[in-house]
Design a protein around this ligand. Structure first.
Ligand code: OSB
Ligand code: MG
Length: 369
């Protein structure tokens, strides 16, 4: 296919409720929406970079800069026979994986639409119900958190993840175990601890958590491997897994026993498929993470989640937990059994509602044309 145009828009969507992690509190999502055009068709992508460089060094504005100045010029007019070929065109650009992912994933959507096949099939799998989990932010009190957990369980979600940080770790976990029983439960620290906190983290061993996600720094595989050796609970890495090489290094070092796959963080579906395959070969379970995406990014995530290595429930919850209305219609919904259907039809199977995109857009530009 020959790319005829790329459109970038910065959108701002208010969240249904604020989301607090160890690195801060957000009440709206600011992100770049990507439209890639060829042969009268459009493929959609959503950049997971946030307004601020707290989860990762990238931001929505840095992604805009790198996409418009480097990545888009390299793909305009080029004959691209497969979305994976984009990585070759972008080889000189170091890092900026979130910027690359947004364009690469839009190209996969477009590629699947040209073939009139659902994205999951083009990725090498087929539609199946996806087990959904929720990620619950830091709350103002343990009681408020337990209420939230109970309401998510009532909606059917198959796994509860709570955000932790020093001072908000043992007490909330203990309260959930006391009042909600042995529900599938895990915690995510978003890199809030350091090697000196090994004792505090070991105290969580007695709560039978499924895993502790990213306890230590985002680039610290060595300390994670020491910590994993001292814990009974499995470590899952998120921020640290920037792509296939990091996955191999982390598994060789014993830095984790589970991997959180987020294509938006790793440069797109190409690197994510590679990480998936590495994990499957080594018998390591993976699950699909989330970045508070709109229905566009969420649809991409559901398609990738159909691959066989995704054996644990993902952060792939219903639209109404994030945005009302979502950019897509109908919104993504969860069944009472805690599964979500992969949208059918060609590509990602959903399109943004133009009026809703317009209402949320801060700035838009067209390239290549
Ligand atoms: O660490 O998994 C994370 C949201 C934003 C940035 C990082 C993370 C998260 C979540 C929420 O945990 C996942 C979701 O519900 O989309
Ligand atoms: Mg995480």
């Amino acid at each position: 296919m020959k790319i005829s145009a790329v459109e970038l828009s910065v959108l701002r969507l208010p969240l249904v409720r604020p989301f607090e992690t160890s690195f801060g509190r957000v009440s709206a999502r600011e992100f770049v929406l990507v439209a890639v055009r060829a042969d009268g068709l459009v493929g959609w992508g959503e950049c997971v970079a946030d307004a601020d460089p707290y989860y990762s060094s990238e931001t929505s504005r840095s992604a805009w800069h790198v996409m418009s100045k480097y990545l888009i010029p390299a793909m305009c007019g080029a004959e691209i026979d497969h979305p994976r070929a984009l990585h070759g065109l972008w080889a000189r650009v170091r890092g900026h994986r979130m910027a690359k992912a947004a364009l690469e994933m839009a190209a996969w959507d477009l590629h699947a639409r040209r073939e009139r096949r659902p994205l999951c099939e083009v990725l090498g799998a087929s539609a199946r119900p996806i087990a959904a989990g929720v990620s619950i932010g830091i709350h103002e009190s343990v009681d408020a958190l337990v209420d939230r957990v109970q309401s998510e369980l009532a909606d059917g979600y198959r796994r509860i993840k709570i955000k932790i940080k020093p001072g908000w770790d043992r007490a909330p976990v203990e309260a959930i175990r006391e009042r909600c029983g042995d529900v599938p439960l895990m915690v995510d620290a978003n890199a809030a601890y350091d090697a000196g906190d090994a004792g505090t983290l070991a105290e969580l061993d007695r709560f039978q958590l499924m895993m502790i996600e990213q306890p230590l720094d985002y680039d610290d595989l060595v300390q994670h491997s020491r910590l994993q050796a001292s814990l009974g609970t499995a470590i899952c890495l998120d921020e640290s897994i920037t792509g296939p090489q990091a996955a191999v290094d982390a598994l060789d070092l014993g830095s984790c026993r589970i991997i959180n796959v987020k294509p938006g963080r790793m440069g797109g579906f190409g690197p994510s498929l590679d990480v998936h395959d590495i994990a499957v070969t080594r018998g390591v379970p993976v699950w699909h993470g989330g970045m508070l995406e709109s229905g566009i990014g969420r649809a991409h995530n559901l398609h990738l989640s159909t691959l066989p290595g995704f054996v644990l429930p993902g952060d792939v919850a219903a639209s109404r937990r994030y945005f009302v209305p979502d950019l897509i219609e109908p919104p993504i919904d969860v069944r009472p059994d805690g599964t979500i259907d992969v949208p059918g039809g060609p590509g990602i199977g959903v399109d943004p509602v133009p009026d809703r995109v317009r209402a949320a857009t801060l700035h838009t530009e067209r390239f290549c044309a």
